[in-house]
Ligand binder design. Structure first.
Ligand SMILES: [Zn+2]
Length: 662
């Protein structure tokens, strides 16, 4: 028997399908690249090249494989998958994806098959580009581009492999196994019946490599064992589970319809398994988190959909695998699924590589609507437009499309902006004629308004809301600024969009500007002691960097908590004279004088307090971002990718927070 190639494992052996894809992807031989770092790809590697419809295997250097990949792929096509290029003379031009710039200085040369940015001096060949933009290691980049170019890597040296590629091989092998079972096993009849009942064609089952996990406890393990994979590799791939009672292992997925989940490069990284019989257990079982699978960063079908998303300049996000598969089968290709969770920041970032327009096609039940609401808030963080596909006659897109594809396509075309949809649906439910209704309505809409990033958009909806509940728009604006503040605080304490480990308190450096804000806050409390309760909810003594004011404020809280009331004169008498004479208290009292001279009402005081809190937090964050930037520089110098990722996430998080405070 012929030796199993990596391509076999990757499932690229279907000659008929390959031939079709290849003709579209094959390019005329390009100028042979003049140099590539041979050092990194040692010679004497065996490669076999999949040519035309027949597979030809022969030994060559790894460098030949790399050359072959470069010959077959056009760098312009590859780069275009990530950023739009414009023709400029004999070159192509774009705004650089690796640094922020207004005018394009990122150039791609089709002749030379290289790219270069005159802004940040980055540059290289197609490998360098993909490695950088996808954030991959070399072995993964090689794999990805080999698959794209239909070049089969027959074997590769361990230094080109790593734990992740091992896990990818293992899980890909499992995908092939499950798929075979579905097509061939007598026991899989129930699964085939189910797929048929859901309207899946054989072609779709093959395209999506839908599979069946047999009901036994050791089917996939036995198969992988025969193929030479170790238990550890199977564990790393999330395919088996260590038994608690015995020393043995058992298959994670049993008697389930299996949907392979791919990363953006098209490698299988996980499975979603649907239960086939009614009984105990979750309807859907997903792979656990592994080195390759991070649920919050993955979108089902993204690797197939991304080109269509770019072309349509819109991504349709659905809830379930079946929704996506049905849509895809019906010819709606720009579809992905969030796999049952509300959309995360990472998922939106992934989509934003291809478009700034997201359409939610979620289930019409309460859970689906809530997922859409939460998803919209996350998407707005990244300034992505959100619309809703409303298919009122069906419970989910799967049913909707099967009932009438035309109606569903119409719903896509007519999809309202999420904010309009939300307001309209709510207005239909709530009685806006009475005060209670108006209050409820406003309370529901304001948190959404607070999440909108665009000032014009926000102000448009402030006016709309004001006219719906028949109040002055300034009233809505005031209420909104209060909500913005609360939202920012919640985010800090791990709400919806907090995606990274947030330190309990950003290291706010002592600076005179912060002290000005704190003095003013305390001065307002001296004058309006009833506002202390409001401030206590929002400001922790730990977040005040100046130890004097931090202590003073902490004591104010203790004083207040004991008496359930606060008055400055009584409070200050509990301190020794030296404290009372401190110049900082004097400054405070001077501030208070200033406040007293202005005659303001309680509402305005609270508004002023909110503004001060915002500014305080803003200046803390700016300070912290400054130290983050320095840490990022250090991590870059040291080439510490993990640290960079972590710091990058933190940076993003605080930048997002900063936006809500401006
Ligand atoms: Zn650049």
């Amino acid at each position: 028997m012929r030796k199993l190639t990596l391509s076999d494992r990757l499932g690229h052996t279907d000659g008929r399908r390959e031939a079709g894809r290849q003709s579209a992807q094959m390019r005329l031989p390009l100028e042979q690249p003049k140099s590539f770092p041979k050092r990194r790809y040692p010679p004497n590697q065996k490669v076999s090249l999949l040519l035309s419809t027949s597979q030809v295997s022969y030994s060559k250097d790894m460098s030949d494989a790399i050359n072959e990949i470069k010959r077959r792929l056009s760098i312009v096509d590859v780069v275009q998958e990530y950023i739009p290029l414009k023709k400029a003379g004999s070159n192509w031009r774009a705004r650089c994806p690796f640094h922020n710039e207004k005018s394009p200085s990122f150039m791609v040369s089709e002749d030379k098959q290289i790219w270069h940015c005159f802004g940040c001096s980055e540059g290289g060949d197609v490998f360098g580009f993909v490695k950088k933009i996808e954030g991959l290691e070399f072995p993964e980049t090689l794999r990805m581009l080999a698959a794209k170019a239909h070049v089969t890597l027959d074997s590769y040296r361990p230094e080109n492999s790593n734990k992740k590629t091992e896990a990818l091989d293992t899980i890909q092998q499992a995908a092939g196994f499950y798929h075979d079972r579905l097509l061939r096993d007598a026991d899989a009849q129930v699964a085939r019946d189910y797929a048929k009942k859901r309207g899946l064609t054989l072609e779709t089952v093959e395209d999506f490599e839908v599979g069946y996990a047999p009901e036994t406890w050791d089917a996939v393990r036995t198969h992988l064992d025969e193929k030479g994979f170790s238990d550890q590799q199977m564990l790393d791939a999330g395919l088996i589970i260590k038994s608690e009672r015995s020393r043995g292992y058992y298959d994670r997925f049993r008697d389930r319809l299996m949907f392979p989940i791919h990363d953006v490069q098209g490698s299988v990284i996980a499975f979603g398994g649907r239960m086939l019989k009614d009984g105990e257990g979750a309807k859907y079982l997903n792979s656990p988190e592994t080195t390759m699978y991070h649920k919050s960063q993955v979108l089902f079908n993204i690797h197939r959909a991304r080109q269509a998303i770019r072309t349509a300049d819109a991504a349709i996000v659905m809830e379930g695998y079946m929704d996506v598969i049905t849509a895809y089968q019906a010819g709606i290709h720009n579809v992905v699924a969030s796999s049952g969770t509300a959309l995360t920041l990472e998922q939106v970032k992934l989509l934003r590589r291809y478009t700034k327009n997201i359409l939610f096609a979620f289930d019409m039940d309460e859970a689906g609507q809530e997922a859409a609401r939460r998803g919209a808030i996350v998407a707005w963080q990244l300034d992505v437009n959100v619309r809703v596909v409303v298919s009122p006659s069906a419970k989910d897109p799967d049913e909707g499309i099967r009932k009438s594809k035309e109606a569903f396509v119409r719903a896509i075309k007519q999809a309202p902006l999420f904010m309009d949809y939300f307001i309209d649906t709510l207005a239909a439910k709530v009685k806006l004629g009475n005060v209670e209704g108006k209050k409820k309505f406003t309370q529901e809409v304001l948190p959404l308004l607070a999440a909108l990033q665009d000032v014009v958009e926000r102000s448009h909806y402030v006016q709309r809301l004001a006219s719906l509940v028949q109040v002055e728009s300034s009233v809505i604006e005031q209420a909104l600024s209060r909500v913005v503040q609360i939202t920012a605080q919640r985010r800090g304490s791990g709400g919806d969009v907090a995606t990274s480990q947030v330190p309990a308190k950003p290291a706010a450096a002592t600076n005179s500007q912060q002290n000005v804000f704190i003095r003013r806050i305390l001065a307002l409390i001296i004058q309006y002691p009833e506002q202390l309760a409001f401030i206590i909810q929002k400001l922790d003594p730990e977040n005040i960097e100046d130890p004097y004011f931090s202590d003073l404020y902490r004591n104010m809280i203790i004083y207040y908590t004991k008496r359930n009331a606060f008055d400055w004169k009584g409070f200050i008498q509990t301190f020794p004279q030296a404290v009372n004479d401190d110049h900082r208290v004097t400054a405070l009292l001077l501030d208070e004088n200033e406040v007293i001279s202005q005659d303001i009402n309680a509402q305005t005081v609270q508004l002023e307090l909110q503004t001060l809190l915002n500014r305080l937090e803003r200046s803390s964050i700016l300070q912290y971002i400054f130290t983050l930037e320095q840490q990022i520089k250090i991590a870059e110098d040291q080439g510490n990718q993990n640290q960079l990722d972590q710091l990058g996430r933190e940076f993003q998080h605080y930048m997002g927070r900063l936006n809500t405070l401006s």
